[in-house]
Design a protein around this ligand. Structure first.
Ligand SMILES: Nc1ncnc2c1ncn2[C@@H]1O[C@H](COP(=O)(O)OP(=O)(O)O)[C@@H](O)[C@H]1O
Ligand SMILES: [Mg+2]
Length: 253
């Protein structure tokens, strides 16, 4: 038994480990004591009311917001202790899909997808880049849009292109901030299914911020709820959706 446990933990260390994370903005104590472990191949859905600090948490993970105390390890590295250069290297292994999926409006879909590869351009031939762009677009079922401009695409298509752009660097971790917000239910379901396909195909690990319970039901292995700056509850969708606790129940009504 002893050996077995050791093997497992050595071959699959957690992708993200957060302990006692706290972050305030002045008197606004947004995150007080966040503890979270994201294991390899796992999708965790984090939900909570608006302004509960979900986006701040994501921004702490990628080093866009500096936290006050606690520890935060990404791919084994304590991100408050590493150099700017090391942080950049870690960020290359993380894909983010923000709510405003921020495609560059003046660039074609192809150029948008090439953009994350810009630091690798010297090592790759034009043909290799083409193959990567086409593969990423095929993954999201939108190869036909390759020469279109973002303004010609629907909201759901833009979201898919955003996902394709984050897949092109073959990230180990994908962070989704409200990936289905603002989409109609059918388009939202399509995006949720795609997120699941990505997890299966690339064995990525994800934190998904979402209060879309249909998306959570489909995509989550585990769910966490943030209330008052702390992880108040944790469980599978099946467990939490049956919770008698009114503070959890209200999210499922
Ligand atoms: N850069 C910032 N400066 C000051 N306050 C901020 C900043 N970013 C977020 N906040 C505050 O932190 C709280 C949590 O924000 P956020 O994480 O965006 O909430 P949500 O859970 O809706 O994603 C909000 O009260 C917000 O006003
Ligand atoms: Mg948010």
């Amino acid at each position: 038994m002893e050996n077995e446990r050791k093997d497992t933990s050595e071959s699959d260390p957690p992708k993200i480990e957060i302990a006692h994370l706290a972050k305030s903005f002045g008197d606004n104590h947004v995150l007080k004591d966040i503890n979270l472990v994201l294991n390899k191949g796992e999708n965790i859905v984090v939900f909570g009311k608006s302004c509960s600090g979900k986006s701040v948490l994501i921004k702490c993970i990628i080093g866009l917001v500096r936290f006050d105390s606690g520890t935060l390890k990404v791919l084994g590295k304590d991100i408050s202790l590493i150099s700017r250069h090391e942080l950049d290297k870690i960020r290359e292994k993380i894909g983010f899909l923000f709510q405003s999926n921020a495609l560059y409006d003046s660039m074609s879909v192809r150029k948008n997808l090439e953009f994350p590869l810009r630091s690798h351009l010297k090592e790759k031939t034009k043909q290799e880049i083409n193959i990567l762009v086409e593969e990423a677009l095929n993954n999201v079922g939108l190869i036909k849009t390759i020469d279109m401009m973002p303004s010609e695409l629907s909201g759901g298509m833009r979201k898919r292109i955003g996902l394709a752009r984050c897949l092109i660097v073959k990230p180990e971790i994908i962070l989704y901030d409200e990936p289905t917000t603002g989409l109609d239910p059918i388009t939202a379901k399509g995006i949720s299914k795609l997120m699941l396909d990505v997890q299966k195909k690339y064995n990525t690990s994800s934190i998904i911020i979402s209060h879309d319970m249909a998306c959570a039901k489909l995509t989550s292995n585990r769910m966490l709820v943030i209330i008052d700056g702390e992880i108040y509850g944790e469980g599978t969708y099946a467990e939490l959706s049956k919770s008698p606790d009114p503070k959890i129940k209200e999210f499922f009504e």
